[in-house]
Design a binder for this molecule. Sequence first.
Ligand SMILES: Nc1ncnc2c1ncn2[C@@H]1O[C@H](COP(=O)(O)OP(=O)(O)OP(=O)(O)O)[C@@H](O)[C@H]1O
Length: 302
Amino acid sequence: MAIIEVDNLVKRYGDHLALNGVSFTVEQGEIFGILGPNGAGKTTTVECIEGLRTPDAGTVQVCGLDPQRDTTELPESLGAQLQESELPEKLTVGEAMELYASFYRAPVDWRELIGVLNLTDKTGTQFRRLSGGQKQRLSIALALVGNPRVAVLDELTTGLDPQARRDTWDLIESIRDRGTTILMVTHFMEEAERLCDRIAVIDSGRVVALDTPSGLISAVDERQRIRFRPSAPLDHAVLTALPEVHAVERAGVQLVVTGTGNLLHAVTSVLARHHVVAGDLRVEQTSLDDAFVALTGRSINS
Ligand SMILES: Nc1ncnc2c1ncn2[C@@H]1O[C@H](COP(=O)(O)OP(=O)(O)OP(=O)(O)O)[C@@H](O)[C@H]1O
């Protein structure tokens, strides 16, 4: 069952067309990712869903509500993550939770929630004294305290160290397992691949692809990459002559061969014929990163 329906959203800022007909649906219980380069229209899309921006055309429904019209009911169903700057520096974790819980008709027990988020020993700590990861966890707690059916998380793990990022991923999965649908914006491929059930890739205000992470990868390319250190010099032409091989490049002492089909067998057979041994051989499949480049023409971090 669709819990969010976005249909043909158009949004202009002056002459700039930020959203040019964005449509997608988010199913109940899934973790849905919005991925795209800087300026693609991700935040504008999410803000239209949260009711913070008015689209010029198109419609949004969240749990059957219209975010523009049903402004009183929407926060009970949709929990949005706060920007860091929106909390007073001297407010303690407990005070923030108490205050936000008071905004909702049927909040969860905030003490239990911050226990799940591993913040119980910070209950009396002021916001300004929290680490980046603790602030992030608090902003997630505040998004969830109203017991919403949908949580919208924008750039969830930006600025966190790798361990804190992985802990946050575990946390998001546990929130989904408790029944909350998650809509998230991310710049991190690893995060999208690991967490999202489905991903909408947005570029220049349009959805250019929408699928599971593995669906996106396989739709773009079946390409494989083989890396190895040849035991003796090898004329690249013997490899590029193979129908399975698309390209051969040198990377330091290694050769990187890209191709399709039964590439490994084709390459190793040629190497054996030329009495070359392939050291440190690795086969790499297309990644979500490669798929993103193929879809948008650029890397997400460029
Ligand atoms: N208030 C605004 N006024 C004018 N232009 C805006 C405004 N907000 C966003 N834009 C422009 O609209 C486009 C889409 O912006 P948006 O913030 O939605 O992109 P994004 O995909 O979230 O980008 P980022 O990853 O950099 O946050 C960008 O070109 C941006 O410069």
